[in-house]
Design a protein around this ligand. Structure first.
Ligand SMILES: [Ca+2]
Ligand SMILES: [Ca+2]
Length: 213
């Protein structure tokens, strides 16, 4: 295979890989490698990477990962303290990141607890809160669904993704409250990407035929 052909294949492959890489800036976004890349800050709570998590208050439910085999479960802890798991990353202007979150309330009014996803700037100030739920207005022990969230950076910079859950008013309940977090659903390649992949494979096949001849 001559150098030009190798370059052509490399470029075609890079285009295909790059087409669906909007989420790739986060390291280990789906927690398939434990907490690698993430930092937990806890007070009485827990941040655990699990294959499932079951609770019973408000109706028995078992949460399963919407992406891959694992997801992050943040168990609430000390009263009125957000238990957090964070990761900082560089984003280009217009770049989008996203994931999925769920709120599993283990309490009743007025111990509203909560779960949230926040985006912080380099100084630690909140610039977006793409997911937030607490128990206000919800049935006791509410088992919330997995919900997609996304964030698009308006300017290039360093951002922090923060996943969190919290107990409100006291540190307990009939059950502990959880926030669950996982990556976005895997993207289906767009037709344009498939066409590029086809060109790359065709080029590879042509090269192999010439080498065989
Ligand atoms: Ca996952
Ligand atoms: Ca509680």
């Amino acid at each position: 295979m001559n150098t030009n052909k190798i370059k052509t294949l490399f470029i075609a492959t890079a285009l295909v890989l790059g087409a669906g890489s909007a989420q790739a800036a986060l390291l280990n976004p789906g927690f398939e490698s434990g907490l690698t890349g993430w930092t937990a800050s806890l007070s009485g709570g827990a941040a655990t990477v699990v294959t499932s998590n079951s609770t019973t208050y408000g109706g028995a439910i078992t949460y399963l990962p919407p992406e891959g085999s694992y997801f992050l479960a943040i168990m609430s802890g000390s009263a009125n303290v957000w238990q957090t798991v964070t990761q900082s990353l560089a984003l280009a202007a217009g770049e989008t990141i996203g994931g999925q979150a769920a709120f599993d309330w283990g309490d009743y009014p007025s111990f509203y607890d909560g779960a949230r996803v926040r985006i912080l700037d380099a100084a630690g100030a909140q610039i977006a809160q793409p997911f937030y739920l607490d128990g206000t207005g919800l049935p006791s022990g509410y088992n919330g669904p997995w919900t997609a969230w996304s964030f698009t950076a308006l300017a290039a910079g360093t951002y922090t993704v923060e996943y969190a859950s919290r107990n409100t008013l006291d540190g307990g309940g009939p059950e502990q409250t959880f926030g669950y977090f996982d990556a976005a659903q895997a993207q289906v390649p767009e037709p344009a990407s498939l066409a590029l992949l086809g060109l790359g494979l065709a080029g590879l096949a042509a090269t192999r035929r010439k080498q065989t001849a």
